[in-house]
Design a protein around this ligand. Structure first.
Ligand code: ATP
Length: 210
């Protein structure tokens, strides 16, 4: 998916979070969205996902050369973030079967295959609410990475992951990013080291006048 931001700005009440962002995000690119805590990284990702409306400027989306309305973006988007919740009353297998009805996995990956890729075979029939925080994060990431979508948004992807989890993320993000447009918010070099582009949110705060 190609995304074009033109003069993009977002304000909450009287505070501008970012302003004057003009940039094109192309299929196959991976952009690290960087900045300190509270800089506006999640706000930027949520604006790109169509969940938040920009205060000024425009975002346009296109898929294989055809323009896409913002209301159609969620269908083509996979999003993993610490603040997005899982259906914890389901077992792992139930959750995967339910979730993938709405957000299909890439061809060749079934719910059973995904369980194998996550190394969560022993938890197949376990309630997700009983998972450790690292297991939940691995599940959120796997659902996004292996979703069959051209747009992938990852907010702080290694939250709650141990060293083995971080290595798992690095392997699987590489295995699934080809051809997709990836934006990844982070403060941790191990998460975004592979990204070919960087966007420093604080570069778009010079016009943050009240
Ligand atoms: N819905 C909202 N209403 C008002 N202010 C908000 C809202 N959401 C976020 N903010 C404010 O916008 C600013 C940027 O927050 P955001 O969560 O985007 O930062 P971040 O860079 O992702 O931070 P972190 O690294 O801590 O996750 C913060 O000052 C936050 O309080």
């Amino acid at each position: 998916m190609q995304i074009t931001a033109t003069g993009l700005g977002k304000r909450f009440q009287r505070d501008w979070i970012f302003r004057g962002l003009t940039r094109v995000f192309r299929p196959g690119s991976a952009t690290a969205v960087l900045g300190p805590n509270g800089a506006g990284k999640s706000t930027l990702l949520n604006t790109f996902s169509g969940q938040l409306l920009p205060t000024e400027g425009t975002l346009t989306y296109s898929l294989s050369g055809q323009s896409l309305a913002v209301e159609d973006v969620p269908r083509h988007l996979a999003y993993a973030a610490p603040y997005l919740e899982l259906l914890e009353e389901l077992t792992l297998l139930e959750l995967l079967r339910f979730h993938t009805q709405f957000k299909p996995l890439r061809p060749g990956v079934s719910p059973d295959k995904l369980i194998e890729l996550m190394y969560l075979e022993k938890a197949r029939q376990q309630l997700v609410r009983e998972f450790s925080s690292g297991m939940k994060q691995r599940l959120k990431l796997a659902l996004a990475l292996y979703a069959d979508t051209p747009l992938l948004l990852l907010d702080e992807p290694t939250t709650n992951l141990d060293a083995a989890g971080v290595a798992w993320y690095q392997e699987h993000v590489q295995a699934t990013r080809t051809g997709r447009t990836l934006l990844l918010s982070s403060n941790v070099p191990a998460e975004y080291g592979f990204c070919d582009e960087q966007l420093l949110v604080t570069d778009f705060q010079g016009l943050r006048l009240k």
